[in-house]
Design a protein around this ligand. Structure first.
Ligand code: NAD
Ligand code: 44H
Length: 539
């Protein structure tokens, strides 16, 4: 069996025989050059990073356009580095799942260094500080999930770590955003060196989200006299520090047993799948679909790698905003979240199987075409109708993509505001549209509340995907009993009125009571979720 390490990849014929595309550059040289002159640090060593972002730099390395790779930093889940990067010399394998069932297999070898971003790992932290003091560094990018940018807890207060970091200053930060602020401070101290901090997470205005979090911490440090005022000016000078917006799209499911088995059959053995204690599902291999889109605001004060050669679209902020809104608020992610919630309730474990269920297919068609399209943002550079058609007809139904509703249900509380709240707000702002007339979006929100009960449509207990608000949300609905509509009372009110969650108080736009009614229908007994869904999609 072929195993991944820096020695094994030197024997090119072995990889050729296994049908695995090898690197077209010298891995050792790339590693040395990355250490000497790092240009790109990426935070968040998860699946999308290796399956998409690292492969972009790899294409540039393969063509000889660049000579250094990426330094990956994991600030949250050190097990990823210790168990998935270090043992394999930072190498991985990408399996692209084609619609005909074939796999395109490529070694992932553009990661020059992997580090744990935490002061408790002193050597790694010092090394990251050194990297941030280097003039060569151009880009710090991020895929740390939407919750990674959050400074506050469910109650809207700064979390304990953030409070402590704000009080203590840039030494020994604990929270992820204070770590970034601290590294920016290092860069400031070394001559106000320029850099672009590029969020590549699925959240609207992701660059602003990152900026706001980092800036709030820096501002506090300045207020308390822990750092010079010039640091805040530095962060706020776009010619020195930028926070470009981006839109990223490539379905990259958790590593799947089915793909592991196929890889084993083809003679590739580095396939152990791990679920870390922090709940990251990761393996030495990544499985992903082929389609991919990355659109980035072209604002890089220290220059950047020529990623336009490998399909990345660089444009202005407004266009990024429009593409991102098109995808995240209408054409892909709301449909995914809908399939996630109902898929879990109805016992599905594969998105492609859900697309064979006429009710679920109809649901996403109605949410996308009927309720989303009237307010979709047309970015001009991508056609929303063609995009959503590819999503509904080609990407979601691809039976070879082992994507699960349970993966997508993770962190739903962090996502519903963007996935549905934006459309609801757009209806409120239009004189010709009324949010209270929506049917399917509120149906999914009711489905999510029903999901939070942790009981599936067959009345069996179901485990819920991780979510930072899960315990709080479950407390609100703990008094609700299946089959007992009276027990609902006003239990859903703290959820549905929470503007932190939905971006809008759903009662004030005429949807709160409607969602409560759908919810009541869905708890009337076993099979009620399916029946409710069927009743409304058939109308
Ligand atoms: N997987 C996809 O299909 C896909 C597609 C487009 C965009 N994205 C974006 O990328 C993000 C990550 O996806 P992935 O596939 O790499 O997921 P993953 O589960 O493989 O990895 C998640 C990464 O985020 C880090 N993380 C999690 N919680 C964090 C926190 N509170 N603070 C800091 N870091 C944290 C983890 O340590 C890990 O590095 C998604 O949330 C989404 O915003 C993913
Ligand atoms: O990653 P999230 O949590 O923002 O959303 C779940 C999925 O919709 C997402 O991961 C998609 O696979 C992705 O947005 C496709 O580009």
């Amino acid at each position: 069996m072929l195993v991944l390490n820096k020695e094994s990849i030197k024997d090119t014929s072995l990889w050729e025989q296994a049908g695995i595309e090898n690197l077209n550059f010298n891995h050792e040289k790339m590693t040395a050059l990355t250490k000497e002159n790092p240009t790109w640090v990426h935070f968040g060593a998860g699946n999308i990073f290796r399956g998409f972002i690292a492969m972009l730099q790899q294409s540039l390395l393969n063509s000889g356009t660049v000579d250094s790779g990426i330094v990956v930093v994991e600030t949250y889940d050190s097990e990823i580095i210790d168990k998935i990067y270090a043992p394999y010399d930072n190498l991985g394998l990408l399996a692209i799942m084609n619609t005909d069932g074939s796999l395109d297999k490529k070694i992932i070898g553009s990661i020059g260094e992997s580090l744990v971003g935490d002061p408790s790992r002193a050597n790694d932290w010092q090394r990251i500080q050194t990297i941030f003091s280097k003039p060569s560094l151009q880009v710090a990018s991020f895929t740390i999930t939407e919750k990674g940018y959050s400074l506050k807890n469910a109650a809207g207060n700064y979390s304990a770590d953030v409070r402590e970091d704000m009080k203590k200053g840039p030494d020994n930060p604990k929270s992820v955003m204070a770590k970034i602020a601290s590294l920016a401070y290092t860069r400031y101290q070394h001559g106000e060196l320029p850099i672009a901090f590029v969020s590549m997470d699925n959240c609207s205005h992701n660059g602003d989200k990152l900026y706001r979090a980092v800036e709030a911490i820096c501002r506090k440090w300045v207020e308390l006299g822990l750092v010079e005022e010039g640091f805040l000016n530095y962060i706020n000078t776009p010619e020195k520090v930028s926070f470009p917006w981006s839109m990223i799209d490539k379905i990259t499911p958790r590593p799947a047993e089915s793909v592991k088995n196929t890889l084993n059959q083809s003679g590739f053995g580095s396939t152990d799948i791990l679920c870390t204690t922090k709940n990251t599902f990761i393996a030495p291999f990544v499985n992903a679909e082929k389609p991919q889109y990355l659109v980035i605001e072209d604002k890089f004060p220290n220059g950047r790698m020529p990623l336009e050669h490998v399909g990345v679209i660089f444009t202005d902020k407004q266009t990024v905003d429009r593409v991102e809104k098109m995808k995240v608020c209408t054409c892909l992610n709301p449909l995914h979240t809908s399939l996630a919630v109902f898929g879990c309730l109805l016992g599905y474990t594969l998105i492609a199987d859900e697309m064979k269920d006429p009710n679920l297919r109809k649901l996403v068609e109605k949410i996308g075409y009927e309720e989303g399209m009237p307010v979709v943002v047309d970015p001009q550079i991508v056609d929303p109708k063609a995009f959503i058609k590819e999503v509904i007809e080609v990407r979601f139904p691809n039976p070879y993509i082992p994507d699960t509703p349970q993966r997508i249900a993770s962190d739903t509380s962090q996502k519903v505001g963007i996935r549905f709240g934006e459309t609801i707000k757009a209806y409120s702002e239009r004189v010709d549209l009324d949010p209270a007339s929506l049917t399917f979006i509120p149906l999914v929100i009711a489905g999510w509340c029903r999901y939070l009960m942790g009981i599936d449509d067959q009345d069996a207990e179901m485990s819920l995907s991780s979510d930072p608000l899960l315990s709080t949300l479950k407390t609100y609905i703990s008094g609700i009993k299946m089959g007992n509509v009276e027990s609902v009372g006003d239990s859903l009110q703290p959820i549905l009125s929470n503007e932190e969650i939905f971006g809008v108080n759903l009662y004030s736009v005429g949807l709160g009571e409607k969602i409560e009614d759908y919810f009541k229908e869905m708890i009337s007994g076993p099979g009620a979720v399916k029946a409710t869904l069927q009743k409304y999609v058939k109308n």
